[in-house]
Design a binder for this molecule. Structure first.
Ligand SMILES: NC(=O)c1ccc[n+]([C@@H]2O[C@H](COP(=O)([O-])OP(=O)(O)OC[C@H]3O[C@@H](n4cnc5c(N)ncnc54)[C@H](O)[C@@H]3O)[C@@H](O)[C@H]2O)c1
Ligand SMILES: [Zn+2]
Ligand SMILES: [Zn+2]
Length: 369
């Protein structure tokens, strides 16, 4: 029997999100239905609502989630009913050319559920990042579920499903930051602060946090930033100079752009040392373009990288990061700024816009009908 549950949808570009009835089909072959316990509010959900990702409205938002498997389809052996899982949006196929050459983090054919969740009138929903977890239940591909310790706080574990993993992984996997390096992170929201924590975990000797908002810098310092640059009112050159001044005049070995705008990318490009690495983890909009002198690209050397989902492998990274948290070596709970209900997502976008939180997390008690 399909279930009708409450879910948060973006019906049209720019319109506030609404909590409506969503029909979740029974899982088909290879699929799982998960009772969502917690789901963080990520900037990418807002990008969806604003039409910055695609025009496939209506979207079922929410994608950094943890929950409990309530049903599995034919052939699913990877997880079972009752398992506590963190959902991921890059379930690797194991067969594409990236997977075959041993780089499954770049998988070009990741799995999502084959069936669609719908509105009650049958309109198919586009689940954010193939998840759609601002809902009491959601339908995913079973490989989008990574089993974790059932004792973990779902609000904390769910954040690994997107932003926190993207930030930590940008530093640890994509760059990758090596012990003793200098790192700068531009934009210290949930993703950027996670990149700061990742740089610390990887052994960076100096971590410079840059943000327009002083409050974000306070959190970044708590997560291990050694220096901060409050960049409000600064032009691009001043931000670059400030980072250079804090890195012996050279620039940082690794600069992570966790904003994703042409100006922040250029700051990252010029604020890195010669032969350094730029990692773009912030998501640009389709209208954004970049112009830099090609000679600078050539002459400064190094590596210009993009990081999707922190180049993570969920089965490898989620349990390991949760164990570091359990041992007090990674303060994942610091990212949960507030716990809210399903009806509070629109307000949480405003809270995020005002810079008051690292993450608002929707917490659900039980499953729907
Ligand atoms: N690559 C991925 O896999 C991935 C995953 C999750 C999120 N993201 C993206 O990462 C970005 C950050 O997400 P978030 O949830 O941390 O958002 P957020 O809104 O919480 O944080 C953004 C931060 O950037 C700061 N900022 C904005 N403009 C700036 C500027 N010009 N200079 C310095 N700081 C500036 C803001 O003050 C804020 O602190 C978004 O674009 C999001 O879509 C990417
Ligand atoms: Zn693949
Ligand atoms: Zn996200």
């Amino acid at each position: 029997m399909p279930h009708t549950v409450r879910g948060v949808v973006a019906l049209a570009e720019g319109a506030p999100v609404e909590t409506v009835d969503v029909v979740v089909p029974d899982p088909g072959p290879g699929e799982a239905v998960v009772d969502v316990r917690a789901c963080g509010v990520c900037h990418t959900d807002l990008h969806y609502r604003e039409g910055g990702i695609s025009d496939d409205y209506p979207f079922l938002l929410g994608h950094e989630a943890a929950g409990v498997v309530s049903a599995v389809g034919e052939g699913v052996t990877h997880v079972a009913v009752g398992d506590t899982v963190v959902l991921n949006w890059r379930a690797v196929c194991g067969r594409c050319r990236a997977c075959r050459r041993g780089e499954p983090q770049y998988c070009f054919d990741t799995h999502n559920a084959a069936q669609r969740m719908t509105l009650t009138d049958g309109t198919p929903l586009s689940p954010a990042l193939g998840i759609g977890a601002f809902a009491e239940k959601t339908l995913v591909h079973a490989l989008q579920c990574t089993k974790v310790d059932p004792g973990v706080d779902p609000a904390v574990a769910g954040l690994l499903g997107c932003g926190v993993m993207a930030g930590i992984g940008a530093a640890v996997n994509t760059a990758p930051v090596r012990r003793g390096q200098t790192v700068a992170v531009i934009g210290c929201g949930g993703v950027g602060c996670a990149a700061v924590a990742g740089a610390v975990l990887a052994g960076a000797r100096r971590v410079v946090a840059v943000d327009l908002d002083e409050r974000k810098l306070t959190w970044a310092r708590e997560l291990g930033a050694t220096h901060t640059v409050h960049s409000a009112g600064m032009d691009e050159g001043e931000v670059v100079a400030a980072v250079q001044a804090l890195t012996d005049g050279f620039g940082a070995d690794v600069v992570i752009d966790a904003v994703g705008r042409p100006e922040t990318w250029r700051q990252a490009f010029y604020a890195r040392d010669l032969a350094g690495t730029v990692v773009l983890v912030g998501v640009p909009t389709p209208q954004m373009t970049l112009e830099v002198p090609l000679l600078d690209v050539f002459g400064r050397g190094g590596a210009l990288k993009s990081s999707w989902y922190g180049d993570c492998l969920p089965e490898r990274d989620f349990p390991a990061l949760l164990e570091l948290f359990a041992h007090g070596r990674l303060p994942l709970d610091a990212f949960v700024s507030e716990r809210i209900g399903l009806g509070d997502v629109e307000a949480a976008f405003a809270t995020m816009g005002r810079g008051e939180v690292l993450r608002s997390v929707v917490v659900l008690e039980g499953a729907g009908a």
